[in-house]
Every structure is written in structure tokens, then in C-alpha cells.
Design a protein around this ligand. Structure first.
Ligand code: NI
Length: 168
């Protein structure tokens, strides 16, 4: 497995719509492995395929609080509540912003074995699911800022602190 290059704004690939995966073949499993390596290598909480330049509907998430999640063709079927949260993105390095996210979400998709799964999530996992699924439609968290002035440049931080930021 290998780490992949993470595309950053204003790379147009981040604004394109990803395509449904029809068959889970070796190339999909290969990409999953490389995306996991890339996410952990960047100390990220989640990664969507378009961030590594691949327009497939595939996301990986590991909040370190719950089991890692790999979802193929994910979609949100239910959103409950709303709350304000801070958010960052590996494709928008050096920034953090305040956005509105659901309190909990229900998501449907396939696991790597092609079995349909349904996930009910709240807190950071719900935030990560919304964020990564947005990437599949070319949507970035900066599109959800509670107001345009709620985007903050992060001052250079010691590595240990940097890792605690939610980079999605
Ligand atoms: Ni992101």
C-alpha cells in the first residue's frame, strides 16, 4: 500500500461529482488500502476519493473513538437536529471554520464486501460522514460556513496539537 497525493483547493477535481461504483473489484480494494494509508499518514479523521483525484463514491473515516468505516456509494437517508461545530479539511490546509452540521445522521452504503449497511451516527462520526459525503458532490465545508467571516487561518502549531484537529 502507499500514500497518495492529497489534492488541495483550488484543484477543480474537488468540485466535481463522483460516480457510483458498480463493481467492487481489485482496483477498488487497492484504492481503499491506499486511502486508509493516506488518511493515517496525514493524521486525518476521514478522506473521500475525490481528495486523492479519483471521482468514485468512496469514503474512509476513523475518528479513533469508534471502528474505522469504509463506505462505497454512501448516501445520507436521515438528518436530525443541527449544531455549530469547528471543521477542517485535508484539502484546505491551514484553515478551520465554523459550520452547521446535523446532530445525528443515518447513512446507507455498501461495505467493502458489497453488503448494504446502514449506520446511525452522532457527534464527530456524524460530522465526518456529512463532510466526506459532501466531497462526493463537490461540496466543501467552506460552503456551509455560518457566515463568510467564520473561516480562520490556523497559526503554525506544534505537531502534537495539530493532530488533535479534526481534519476531514
Ligand atoms: Ni475534507
Amino acid at each position: 500500500m502507499a500514500t497518495l497525493q492529497i489534492h488541495v483547493v483550488p484543484d477543480p477535481v474537488l468540485r466535481q461529482k463522483a460516480k457510483r461504483i458498480r463493481y467492487i473489484d481489485r482496483s477498488v480494494h487497492h484504492l481503499i488500502g491506499n486511502m486508509m494509508d493516506t488518511m493515517y499518514g496525514a493524521s486525518g479523521v476521514g478522506l473521500a476519493a475525490p481528495q486523492v483525484g479519483v471521482l468514485w463514491r468512496l469514503i474512509v473515516i476513523d475518528t479513533r473513538e469508534e471502528e474505522a468505516i469504509i463506505l462505497i456509494n454512501p448516501g445520507i437517508v436521515k438528518r436530525l437536529g443541527s449544531r455549530m461545530v469547528n471543521e477542517g479539511c485535508l484539502s484546505i490546509p491551514g484553515y478551520e471554520g465554523e459550520v452547521t452540521r446535523a446532530v445525528s445522521v443515518t447513512v446507507k452504503g455498501w461495505n467493502p464486501q458489497g453488503k448494504e449497511v446502514r449506520i446511525k451516527a452522532s457527534n464527530l462520526l456524524a460530522q465526518a460522514l456529512e463532510h466526506e459525503i459532501d466531497h462526493l458532490s463537490g461540496v466543501l465545508y467552506t460552503d456551509h460556513l455560518i457566515s463568510p467571516d467564520r473561516l480562520y487561518r490556523l497559526s503554525p502549531q506544534p505537531a502534537a496539537f495539530k493532530q488533535s484537529l479534526a481534519s476531514l
